[in-house]
Design a protein around this ligand. Structure first.
Ligand SMILES: NC(=O)c1ccc[n+]([C@@H]2O[C@H](COP(=O)([O-])OP(=O)(O)OC[C@H]3O[C@@H](n4cnc5c(N)ncnc54)[C@H](O)[C@@H]3O)[C@@H](O)[C@H]2O)c1
Ligand SMILES: [Zn+2]
Length: 381
């Protein structure tokens, strides 16, 4: 369990990840508004007092958050090396990684030092990748600033750069030393990015039971969305997502046991839309479409209560995802199906899908769904 029954000393805003695959190790995810002002304090018990911190952030964030982050780290007596890179997916590259290594080298960083990634998934993936390879691995600390990063990419240790036009083609597993999520940072996040993050949040509501045995997150989300209180409940919402992701990571740290596959609900459908849109759709938007398709398929197969489809629609309406999901898209079902066949998670020629079953929270993996049925769902019937 991600929740800490064994560690009563943990505060409510803290979640602990206990790892055993390589060497036993645990790290904390702290989710709290205003945490940016306490980054330095939060690093004091995990880094040596004379540690240098390469503070990596992007051009959209530098002006707004870098001064606060730097002040906080300096007040805790750390030597800080700020590095601002251009915002956007193109920065997840080996060329950009090389510049990070060069900066680290110029400042004679060693294994007692750390990289702190302040930003979204792009910064986190790059910071993690560089930290895992520089001097055979130095510490990485994540300070995620997007919803996607706070509920997903900062937890679990996957790092990556894109290579040969393939996303995340080169990467490592490198767990962070700590994750520091300042939920106030989401106030400046563009609405579209926030909505894309909400798709991953809703996904947790639909896989919770299969990941950690508990139920109720989907209904919790629905109730808050309908009452208009979701925004105010962000810290708790993000913590609940982190608990679910942490539960999966603890059971399947290196993605060898299949459990991490549940995190891909909506993604096989979603990747097809994402790829045909040539990344005009944000990943989360494509996942929102994909989850709707997965639900439709489950309903058609009589695996799942039909009323959840309208509940999902309600959730989408309240999280600014409905317009995106309902927009007419120019892709033919056949073209989408061909893309789905290319999904790297497939075995043989069969398309592997995660489908909701019984009630929100439970999913199964199926690779026996006839193409005709998938095409029907893709055609919107
Ligand atoms: N490692 C993993 O397990 C994992 C999981 C999911 C996604 N990812 C990766 O994460 C990346 C996507 O992450 P993302 O959605 O966070 O995108 P991102 O890092 O590109 O951030 C989205 C945009 O929001 C801006 N931004 C970030 N925080 C902001 C804030 N608080 N206020 C204003 N603007 C802000 C960024 O500058 C950027 O323009 C992809 O590269 C994906 O492959 C990795
Ligand atoms: Zn995703």
């Amino acid at each position: 369990m991600a929740k800490n029954v064994d560690s009563p000393s943990l505060a409510r805003e803290q979640i602990e990840v206990l790892l055993t695959a390589a060497e036993p190790r645990r790290y904390r995810i702290v989710v709290q508004p205003g945490l940016m002002n306490r980054l330095g304090e939060e690093c004091q018990d995990i880094l040596a007092p004379d540690a240098k911190i390469l503070l990596l952030t992007d051009s959209h964030l530098a002006e707004r958050y870098l001064p606060t982050a730097m002040d906080s780290l300096k007040a805790a007596d750390f030597e800080v090396i700020p590095m601002v890179i251009s915002a956007g997916e193109h920065s997840k590259s080996l060329a950009q990684a090389q510049e990070v290594y060069e900066t680290a080298l110029q400042h004679s960083m060693t294994r007692k030092d750390a990289i702190l990634g302040l930003g979204g998934g792009v910064i986190g993936d790059l910071a993690g990748f560089c930290a895992s390879t520089y001097h055979r691995g130095i510490a990485v600390i994540h300070a995620p600033t997007t919803l996607v990063a706070q509920v997903d990419s900062a937890i679990g240790g996957k790092t990556a750069v894109n290579f040969g036009k393939i996303k995340n083609n080169i990467g490592t597993f490198h767990q962070p030393l700590r994750v520091l999520s300042d939920t106030s940072a989401l106030d400046s996040l563009p609405e579209r990015e926030l909505a894309a993050g909400m798709a991953e949040v809703i996904k947790y509501g639909l896989i919770e039971t299969s990941c950690m045995g508990t139920t109720g997150f989907f209904t919790w989300l629905l109730n808050h969305a309908q009452a208009g209180t979701l925004r105010a409940a962000f810290p708790e919402m993000i913590r609940r997502c982190c608990e679910i992701k942490a539960a999966v990571v603890m059971q399947d740290e290196l993605e060898t046991k299949g459990l991490r596959f549940f995190l891909n609900l909506g993604h096989t459908f979603g990747h097809a839309y994402e790829s045909l849109s040539e990344y005009g759709l944000l990943h989360g938007e494509a996942v929102a479409i994909g989850m709707q398709k997965a639900l439709r398929l489950s309903t058609l197969l009589d695996l799942f209560p039909a009323e959840v489809e309208s509940q999902l629609e309600t959730l989408y309406r309240h999280t600014n995802l409905l317009d995106c999901v309902q927009q007419p898209l120019p892709y033919t079902p056949q073209a989408l199906l061909e893309k789905m066949r290319l999904d790297k998670k497939n075995r043989d020629a069969n398309i592997r899908l995660i489908l909701p079953v019984e009630q929100p929270g439970k999913v199964v993996v199926r690779d026996d769904i006839p193409d005709t049925l998938i095409l029907k769902v893709l055609a919107g019937n």
